[in-house]
Design a protein around this ligand. Structure first.
Ligand code: AQP
Length: 349
C-alpha cells in the first residue's frame, strides 16, 4: 500500500464543496414537548419535504449518547428512545423517506468526537452556556456534559451536513461546530463544510413557569401528545405578560409566550385580533389561550391519531435499516479523517 501523499498548504485552504444535506438531532431525555415541536421538529418536517423535492438528503437523529451526559435510569432510556421515534414519525418524519436513526447505533459519532476533541480548545467548551446551566449546583457533573458540544459537532460533521435546523438554545453549540470545521480543515485538510443554522420564528418557547426556556429536564413543558383536557389544563396555567396582573390591565403581546405560539399556529387575521384585544384588555389571557388551544388541536389531533396507529416493531426496523445507511456515509468520512490525521497502520480497517 502506497502511503497517502501529505496535503499541501494550498490543498488545506481549499473550499469544501459538499452536497447539500440537512442534519438535526433530539435527545430522548423525557416527554417530547411543544417547544421541541414548534422550535425544531415542525421545521424538520417542512425542510424534509422540501429536501425530497429538490433531491437533498435529510438526516434526523435520536441522540441517545447525548442523553447519558446527565443522570438517568438505564431501564427508562430504551423506552424513551422508542417513544421519541414514534413521536417524530407521528409528526411527519417518514423513516422511509428520510434517514431517521438512533445515534449510538452508528459508533462513528463517538469516534469522530474523539478526533475532533484534539482540535477543540478547552476554553471554548468552558464558555458554553448550556454547560453552565446544566452543571450549576449539581453534585455530580459528568465529563461528557462538558464535552457534549464536541459530540454535537461530530454528529453534524460526520455527515458533512450543510444545514442544521435548531432552536436558538443550540446556536452556540452550532457556532462551535462551524469553528471546529474551520479549525480542522486548516490543520488537517479541507474535509468538512461549515454547517448553517436554520431557525423557525418560534426560536425559543418559554417554560410554563416563565423561568427560562421550556425544557424536558425542567418539568415546565406541555407534552405535544397530551390528550386535549390535560393539554388545556397546562396551557391555562401558563405564564403570560407579567404586567397583566388583572383582567383590566392591557398587555404587550411581544413579551408574551402565548403570542409567540400564536405567530406559529394562528392565521394573520387571528393574530391581529389577539394583538388588538391584548393591548386594549378586550380579552383576558384565558380567551387568548382558548384560541391558541383550538389552533393547536387543529394541527395536533391528526398527529395524535397517527401516533396511536403506528406499529412500534416497524418503526424499530426502519431505525435499524436507516442506521446501516447512515453508517456507510459515516465510515467514509471517518476513513478520510483518519487518513488526513495520519492515524492507523495505513491499511483499511
Ligand atoms: N423551548 C424551546 N423552544 C424552541 N426550541 C426548543 N428546542 C428545545 N427546547 C426548545 C429545540 O428542540 C430541538 C431538540 O432539543 P433537544 O432535546 O435535543 O435538546 P434541548 O435543546 O436541550 O431540549 P430540552 O427539551 O431542553 O431537553 P433537555 O431538558 O433534556 O435539555 C433542538 O433543536 C432545540 O433547539
Amino acid at each position: 500500500m502506497v502511503p497517502p501523499i501529505p496535503m499541501s498548504s494550498k490543498d488545506r485552504r481549499k473550499r469544501v464543496v459538499a452536497k447539500p444535506r440537512i442534519f438535526s438531532g433530539i435527545q430522548p431525555t423525557g416527554g417530547f414537548h411543544i417547544g421541541n415541536w414548534l422550535g425544531a421538529v415542525r421545521n424538520w418536517v417542512a425542510l424534509g419535504n422540501a429536501a425530497k423535492e429538490s433531491g437533498k438528503d435529510a438526516f434526523f437523529c435520536v441522540v441517545d449518547a447525548h442523553a447519558i451526559t446527565v443522570p438517568y435510569e438505564p431501564k427508562d432510556l430504551r423506552v424513551r428512545i422508542e417513544e421519541l421515534a414514534l413521536d417524530l414519525v407521528a409528526c411527519g418524519i417518514d423513516p422511509r423517506e428520510h434517514t431517521l436513526f438512533v445515534q449510538s447505533d452508528v459508533p462513528e459519532h463517538m469516534e469522530l468526537a474523539w478526533y475532533l476533541a484534539a482540535a477543540t480548545p478547552m476554553g471554548d467548551l468552558g464558555r458554553m452556556t448550556q454547560f453552565k446551566d446544566k452543571s450549576d449546583g449539581k453534585d455530580f457533573v459528568s465529563t461528557a456534559l462538558f464535552t457534549y458540544p464536541i459530540l454535537m459537532s461530530a454528529d453534524i460533521l460526520l455527515y458533512k451536513a450543510t444545514e442544521v435546523p435548531v432552536g436558538d438554545d443550540q446556536l452556540q453549540h452550532l457556532e462551535l461546530a462551524r469553528e471546529t470545521s474551520r479549525r480542522f480543515n486548516h490543520r488537517f485538510g479541507g474535509i468538512f463544510p461549515e454547517p448553517q443554522p436554520l431557525l423557525t420564528k418560534a426560536t425559543r418557547i418559554m417554560g410554563l413557569d416563565g423561568d427560562g426556556k421550556m425544557s424536558k429536564s425542567k418539568g415546565n413543558t406541555i407534552p405535544l401528545f397530551d390528550e386535549p383536557k390535560a393539554f388545556w389544563k397546562k396551557l391555562q396555567g401558563a405564564f403570560t405578560d407579567p404586567n397583566r396582573k388583572g383582567r383590566e390591565d392591557p398587555g404587550n403581546p411581544e413579551i408574551c409566550n402565548i403570542y409567540t405560539m400564536h405567530k406559529e399556529l394562528s392565521t394573520a387575521e387571528e393574530q391581529e385580533t389577539v394583538v388588538k384585544n391584548c393591548t386594549t384588555a378586550g380579552w383576558g389571557c384565558y380567551d387568548c389561550k382558548m384560541l391558541l388551544h383550538a389552533n393547536f388541536e387543529k394541527e395536533v389531533a391528526p398527529l395524535r391519531e397517527k401516533r396511536k396507529s403506528l406499529n412500534v416493531i416497524e418503526v424499530r426496523e426502519a431505525l435499524h435499516e436507516n442506521s446501516k445507511k447512515a453508517r456507510e456515509i459515516a465510515q467514509e468520512t471517518i476513513r478520510e479523517v483518519r487518513e488526513s490525521m495520519g492515524l492507523g497502520c495505513g491499511l483499511p480497517r
